[in-house]
Each structure stands twice: as C-alpha cells, then as structure tokens.
Design a protein around this ligand. Sequence first.
Ligand code: ADP
Length: 416
Amino acid sequence: MNTLLTALVIVLALLTGWLAWHYTRLRNGLEKFAQIIESTAAGDRPPESLPTDLPHLERISNAVHEFSSTFENQITTLDAERARLKATLTQITDGVLIVDSLGRIQMTNPAAEKLFSEGEPLEGKTVSVTLRHHQLIETWRKCQKTGLMQSEAVELPATRRMLQLIAIPDQHASGAILLVQDLTHLRRLETVRRDFISNVSHELRTPLASLKALTETLQEGALEDPTAAHRFLARIQTEVDALTQMATELLELSRIESGQVPLERRPITPASLLNAAADRMKTQAERAGLDLQVLPTPDLPAIRVDSPRMQQVLVNLIHNAVKFTEPGGSIQLSTHPEGVFIRFEVKDSGVGIPMDDLPRIFERFYRVDRSRTGGGTGLGLSIARHLVEAHGGRIWAESREGEGSTFYFTIPIDPA
Ligand code: ADP
C-alpha cells in the first residue's frame, strides 16, 4: 500500500514537474512571439530563427513569417503605386490636389504648387487656406456634400489669372480630387481672336460702304456724265487698291505669325541693307518734297538676315516717315553698333506721335489719327515688329508730337 502511494506521489510529482517545464517553455515561447509580433507591427522584420521547439510554436512561427512577407509585399506594391502616382502627377500640367474628408491636402503636383504657393509644399494645409477664393472653396464643399462632381471658373483678383476648378469626389477616401486648370492664356487668345475679327470687319466696312455708294451713284445716272463717271471710277480703284493692300498685308501677317515664312538668312553689311531700302524709296520721297539721307556710318560687322524681309521692314518705316512728314521735311537713315547688335534708325521731322499712342502703334490696325493715315491699314508696323523679332531683335519708337519721330530696331551681329 505504502509502496503504491509512494509510486503515485512520485508519478504525480514527475507529471507536475513535466507540466511546469512544458508550461514555462510554452509561456516563454509565446512571450517571445508577442514581442516579435509587436516589433513586426512596428515595422521591423521578424528574425530568421523563431522558437520552433514545440509543434504549435512551429506553426505559429511559419504563420508569422508568411504574414510578414505578405505584409512586406503589400508595402512594396503600395510604395511603387505611390511613386507611379507621384510621377504621373508631376507630368500633368494642370494643378492636382488630393484632399481628405476634412479638407486637408494629402498630395499635390508641381503645377498646383506653382499656382498656389510659389513652390512651397502644400501637403498638410487645408483647402480653404490654399485656394483663398470663396467660390473655389464653395465648389469643393458642394462636391464634398453631394458626392457629385462640381466645376467653377473664376478670375483671381490679385493676379488676374483665370482658373477653372473641377472637384471630383474620391469615393475610397471620402475626400476629393481637385483639378485646377489655368485658362488665362486661352482666354487671352480668345480675346485677341475676337478683337481681330471685329477689327477686320470694321476695317472692311468703310471701303465697302464707299464702293457701294460709288456704284449706286453711277447706276443712278452719273454713268451718263463721262467726267463724273471717270472721277467715280478713279475713287473705286483707290478703294479696291486699299482693300487689296489690306488683304495682302493680312495674309502676310498671318503667315509670319504662324511661322510659315521661313527666313533665308545670309550675311550682309548694315550699310548695303540701308542703301538698298533707301534706293527703293528715293523717288517716293522726292515726289513728296522730302530730303531722304543715308548718314555715313563706320564699318560695321555683317548681320545674318533674310535680306528682302529686312528691306521690307526698312521700307515700311521709310514709307511711314514719308506719309507723316510735311513737304520740305527730312528723313535720315543710319546704323550704329550696340553691344552684340546693330541698331538701325529711321528719323523723320514729321508730325510726331502723341505720347499716349506711342506704346500702341505696333499693335495690329492701330492708327493714331485715321483722317491723316493716307489710306494706311495700320498693319505695317505690326508686320515690321514680327519680322524684327523673328530675327532675334527688338523694335521701338521715340517721338514727340510736332517734333518728328525716330524708329529703332536691333539685329544681332553675325557670330560667324
Ligand atoms: P499705317 O498703315 O496706318 O501706316 P502702321 O502700322 O505702319 O500703319 O502705323 C501705325 C500708326 O502709327 C500710323 O497710322 C500712324 O498713326 C503712326 N505712325 C507710324 N509711323 C509714323 C511716323 N513716322 N510719324 C508719325 N506717325 C507714325
């Protein structure tokens, strides 16, 4: 009996000891796993060797490794997608702002930073602070509230920029994606186009109205009176010539503006260019009772220009000088060195240009006083400006009313 009891006690003691040993191993193993899972959750990689000395611990250990590698793969995929999104956003020329449900900016692109912050990062700022325009902020709010796409175009009073905001609901993050397009340039082009069409129509109206009046007068009987008929026909011819000139100049201007006029540049000395233009205008100046002089200039380096086009610029300027100078006046042509440029000057002793008009005379159709233009179209200086700029130069004028005008333009010296 005693022996049996003793054996039982020994067995129980051994069992308790084994259980205690087993429990301690399990507890230590689990404790270690808890630490590893915690540090894995915090971003660390799990160690290569995990406790595997018990069957269950081995399964847990495999599961932790699998979980960790799946997690790592997902992070890598997310990182790659974020980088791809960033790269795409960088290429987009419209501003993009990705905003969370509270209106905090999560991601932007350089175009948005250029529009709203002179390159300073916008991430973390709010939509209201960034957009700073109540209509734009309201558009984002409406999108947020309704879950529907909204758009609005406004002109920013400070910069006079025309912006269009498109707010698209971001269903996944309950936020919004804001697309901002800068329409300033487009709007300006549209205005220029509209002004141009209205200018052309206006310019056509006067000669067409006189042509109509002249033909009607001829039809109503003037045809029977040969002297009057000749006079009317001569006026009809003048109007038709003016219309033809306008059509030619408009076509020329549009070809220059759209880059369809290839420049055939060849080296030429400034003096020979000036003399060629003066020769072409000599007779016209003489007929108008004007003294056209080419001032002697020192030997200047050659320039590389499309010679016929440059002569056209000079002829336009001399032609204006002839038109706007009273008989007995003078026109002086000269060339001067100016750094890496040659400066051409066309100076007249004519009527001059009022100060207010001076900055606008190079615009299409701009004429100071329509009554004294001598049938000009107002396109000559505009053509001259385009041709000079196409050669890499600049054109401008100085004048005082009643004291004559000087037109200047520069052309780069031929580097060869
Ligand atoms: P237009 O065909 O009328 O001459 P331009 O474009 O050549 O057109 O010139 C525009 C306007 O600039 C002219 O109508 C005229 O009012 C003014 N202008 C140009 N050149 C002179 C000048 N030398 N003297 C006075 N006014 C000038």
